[in-house]
Design a binder for this molecule. Structure first.
Ligand SMILES: Cc1cc2nc3c(=O)[nH]c(=O)nc-3n(C[C@H](O)[C@H](O)[C@H](O)COP(=O)(O)OP(=O)(O)OC[C@H]3O[C@@H](n4cnc5c(N)ncnc54)[C@H](O)[C@@H]3O)c2cc1C
Length: 521
């Protein structure tokens, strides 16, 4: 056995200082770093010449546990990253584009989910009200621009489930400061130039311009879309998903609020247009807005016109500077962990920002590496195989879920929408699920792995939000009675919360000025 195989894994080198690099370095350092004899030494290399992508401003609720375990307080996040609370997504115009075409995918599960079948009762009833509004209070709070927590709710606690909206560049600064000053991550600002290899093909060191060779036992490739180690050095292939999800371009812009005291949205607003869709994210001091489109369907000039029209509709056209164009190739790597190198973040893959799953995959990847940190090189290939299996599965679940939004659309104003519905562009796994869901609601039997990326409730919100009409077996009388009783709770709970929750903007201002109670462990 060569010495590399038996060597303990101690030195971790992260290439890249975007959100993926810093989240991964901090996740590892918080629990595996330090001064002890077994502690890992973590080095992060960041090029002074290549900026981080600087977008990625919407997260899932998972970010709360991630930050808490890293040791960053929610108050610091709110104060330093211009952060606000995100309670889910609001989809505008996705079904047919007419008036009243709007639904929510909130983060909070339907009332008494898993206990009584509200979806069954809603499907069986008159469906006068939208699904999400009928099964939970969160859409009502979002409509009223209220917060998911109160001034007395502790750090990371919620009355409703929530994630964040934040300034991605400022998040990078906060993570960097915390990782380097509190968690002991070594930060090397230098340009990586070449890989030095062991005889067996493992990476031995990364050569840099000014700091020489930085040696390591495990290398984490967070170099962004360039994917310098896994892609460029090892040549691990790219699995394109352009034939399923066509978007490959985005125009991004930041604009001040029309009125500094304007109500602050606590959902990402995703609006469909003939040319693609816009995201609209409300931070306390500005809005982050962007158009996502397919270059095969819309040229850049058409995309700019669509973005301008949206800004005009929002009364923001005057304040808008030129948007920034971002190109990406939708897809992911054939595998993610190869030899002693694992890709996390954009280097592992990127599809499109609908449902904001990219940072959640970074969190899951970093947590997997932390929890399964190989004791030595001999264990690494087994762990790599598990990682590759887990994340290939997650990517395919994300693709199914994103594609669902397009497959259910009845928009007929552009080939973009019609092509997305073509059966040949739909993954077989999604078609199978849709066949089953024609006769029953999505259930936990459909998604049974640990840490599924989207629970069955998420599929219910999208399916019924987009008026998918299954023919389900009627509930038995006792099931129906229990579900109807559950459904009757919702207006009562909603009224109580509408009276009790603070305005989102007011809560953010309060936290900035006074902080919030510490989390109880
Ligand atoms: C339009 C758009 C919208 C998005 N919206 C969301 C969202 O709402 N929610 C979400 O979760 N995600 C979103 N994402 C994805 C999100 O932006 C990324 O997942 C996240 O920012 C992580 O990026 P990264 O760190 O992998 O790459 P990057 O930010 O590109 O970082 C790459 C790093 O590698 C370094 N590097 C590159 N070359 C070298 C070199 N030679 N030597 C040394 N260092 C080098 C760079 O300096 C940089 O620090 C969005 C993405 C796009 C494109």
């Amino acid at each position: 056995m060569s010495s590399e195989v038996t060597t303990a894994v101690r030195r971790i080198v992260v290439l890249g200082g975007g959100s993926a690099g810093w989240l991964t370095a901090a996740t590892l350092a918080a629990e595996l770093g330090g001064d002890g004899p077994d502690a890992l030494q973590i080095t992060l290399i960041e090029s002074p010449d290549v900026p981080a992508i600087g977008v990625g401003e919407g997260t899932w609720p998972t970010m709360r546990a991630t930050l808490q375990r890293i040791g960053i307080s929610e108050v610091d996040l709110i104060r330093e990253c211009d952060a606000s609370f995100k309670q889910g997504s609001c989809f505008d115009g996705w079904l047919h584009g007419g008036a009243s075409d709007r639904y929510y995918h909130p983060f909070t599960l339907p009332h008494r989910f898993g206990d009584v079948d509200l979806a069954g009762a809603w499907l069986q009833g008159g469906r006068e009200q939208g699904f999400a509004e009928s099964v939970g209070a969160q859409p009502h709070l979002c409509d009223a621009h209220l917060a998911p927590k109160q001034t007395t709710t502790p750090d990371f606690g919620g009355v409703m489930n929530y994630g964040y909206h934040f300034d991605a560049v400022k998040l990078g600064h906060l993570l960097r400061r915390h990782a380097t000053t509190v968690l002991g991550v070594r930060h090397v600002v230098d340009h990586f130039t070449a890989v030095r290899s062991h005889e067996n093909g493992d990476i031995a060191a990364l050569a840099t311009r000014a700091h020489g060779d930085l040696e390591g036992d495990l290398f984490i490739d967070c170099s962004g879309l360039a994917c310098l180690l896994l892609g460029q050095h090892y040549g691990v292939g790219w699995r394109s998903e352009k034939g399923v999800l066509f978007n490959d371009s985005a125009l991004a812009i930041q604009v001040p609020h029309a009125d500094a005291q304007a109500p602050l949205a606590s959902a990402t607003i995703a609006t469909a247009h003939a040319e693609g869709w816009t995201w609209d994210i409300g931070l306390p001091t500005r809005r982050g807005i962007g158009l996502v489109y397919s270059s095969s369907h819309t040229d850049d000039a058409g995309a700019e016109r669509a973005l301008s029209a949206y800004l005009e509709r929002c009364g923001l056209a005057q304040a808008a500077a030129a948007p920034r164009r971002i190109r990406f190739s939708p897809g992911y790597r054939e595998h993610f962990w190869h030899r002693n190198c694992v890709a996390v973040g954009l280097s592992a893959g990127f599809i499109e920002p609908l449902e904001a799953s990219a940072l959640a995959l970074v969190e899951l990847s970093a947590a997997f590496i932390r929890d399964e940190m190989p004791a030595n090189r001999a264990d690494m290939d087994l762990i790599a195989q598990r990682f590759n299996d887990a994340f290939a599965y997650r990517w395919s679940r994300i693709i199914d879920f994103l594609k669902l939004h397009y497959v259910l659309s009845r928009r007929d104003d552009a080939d973009y929408w019609r092509d997305h519905r073509e059966v040949g562009t739909q993954p077989q796994s999604l078609r199978d699920l849709l066949q089953l869901w024609a006769h029953r609601a999505p259930s936990r039997n459909d998604f049974y792995r640990n840490e599924e990326v989207f629970p069955s409730a998420s599929y219910q919100y999208v399916l019924y939000g987009m008026q998918f009409k299954p023919t389900v077996r009627p509930l038995r009388a006792n099931q129906l009675a229990a579900a109807e009783a559950g459904m009757k709770d919702v207006p009562t709970i909603s009224r109580r919360l509408l009276g009790a929750m603070p305005r989102h903007r007011d809560l953010i201002q309060h936290i900035r000025e006074h902080g919030m109670p510490a989390a109880t462990s």
